[in-house]
Design a protein around this ligand. Sequence first.
Ligand code: ZN
Length: 592
Amino acid sequence: MAYASFKDFCVAANLCTADQFDDWRMGYTQNGSAEDGSAEDGNKIKNSVGSLFELVREKSEKSEKDFLSLIGQAFDWKPVDLSEVKPEPEARLKISSKVASQHKVIPVSMEEGVLMVATSNPFSTDLLNAVRFAAQGPVNFMLAPSEDITKAYEKHYGVGADTIDELAQDQVDEEEDLALMFGDEKEIAEGDQEASIIRFVNQVILQAQKSRATDIHFEPQEDNLQIRHRIDGILHVMPMPPALNRLQAALISRIKVMSGMNIAEKRLPQDGRINIKIKGAEIDIRVSTVPTVYGESVSLRLLTRESVLKGMDTLGMTKEIEEPISNIIRKPHGIVLVTGPTGSGKSTSLYSFLNTINDTDKRIMTVEDPVEYEMAGVNQVAVKNDIGRSFAHILRHFLRQDPDVIMVGEIRDGETAEIAIQAANTGHLVFSTLHTNDAPSAFTRLIDMDCEPFLVADAIEAVMAQRLVRTLCPECRVEQVVSKEYLLSVEFPPTQVPGAKFWHGKGCDACGERGYQGRSGIYELLQNSEAIQAQVINRAPASVIGQLARSEGMKTLREYGWGRALAGVTSIEEVLRVTQITEDAAEPVENF
Ligand SMILES: [Zn+2]
């Protein structure tokens, strides 16, 4: 079906009357844009109606997709599903990220020498001119909704790709024109590049914050610079423009400047911090560099105050854990240990304990490596091993400082363990963490560090093992049919099998197709008892202590996890993933 003009089409399709169309067009013409719906030449018609096109669509009250399919039929443009299509490299090379970003187009393929380009606005003159110029040849359109185009752009060109292309181009120009450049001109060019690098680094941090990433890693490879985000504990490679590696040195220098590091020092690892505000939220970034064979690898850990200093009600604790824990952390003395591998949220729990009991009638002192969060009213000391300021050393001095509550970031050695026990047994409440898989192993770990069994038995008030499970995306969560055989094979309690309902996330836009959004804790709380003390003094293995604790009502991590899966908070797979028993619990130490 062919129409002489967009106007004819609109009238024929009952989108508006001829008079209305003229009125609308008048509005645009008067505003200075070159709209001309009345041209006779078919091509010119297609080219000339830009923003008017969007206005007609709005007035039509049709969804963008429906409207595009109507237009496509009328003018013979095919629809394209960009989530299914990957741009052919030959087509991709024709359209720079700058043109793609500015005109919101995605090159799709080459068909007999014609570049096929996806757009949501096929009537824009500017767009057609820019794409034709870029392609240096014939162009035809395919139609896709604007939201799909934005998504495809981020996927195939990468966040901040236009900035990087611009920079890389500048650099080429600069190299070529170096002979011509002198004096002020050069300074201006460098200033421009610096501004763009700053913009790019900010874009990367902003994007990470938006997708709730906890870490950003800049990893130099042999021929490119890889950027990865950790989101809900899982690493994802960020799509980045290929020209990025040419700016590697400038990018890394910029981050080092931001975090107060020595930019001249490239052979030794360095630590630093960045404090920035994004949309009112204060973000504290801990930065670390390590020299690798292909350049300095830079890791940024993003900590928002809101995310760490949570009240206990946001830790995902059910009443059965929260109630006893609230009592335990208000005891006058004893040790409360939080255990789990790196990244299991131990620090977050300790901070929330301190936050809960922090009051002017308590003197709280912490020794941490490093101090993650400054808390008002709490005396915090950072470990500095290079000058001999170790956990044990500081802890020994704390005892002369009249504290009520002491938080030790982590018990890593016998000496620290011994002083912590001594502190607990002399009337102090001590919070700390240990690297063990489960709660019962905390006793045996301390005894393995050469602590006296009867002192350990006496000092420990409670041990809480924990893990973080990813929580199902509320937007795409659906019920999951699970066979009885499968449940029994993963040691799901047989008595709970009948009628058990589970859920999983299909993946949607809201969760970036991951099926999960955010994380929540699962817990195993062991409360010390006389019977357990007797076993500890007998040097019983952790399995025996565990059985005893379970007979006294302790739920294991996995059992707690099943409860959360049945409640629709997380999936079976996720519970299994985080409760798998790893042989080597003592992995490299970290604070989260
Ligand atoms: Zn989802």
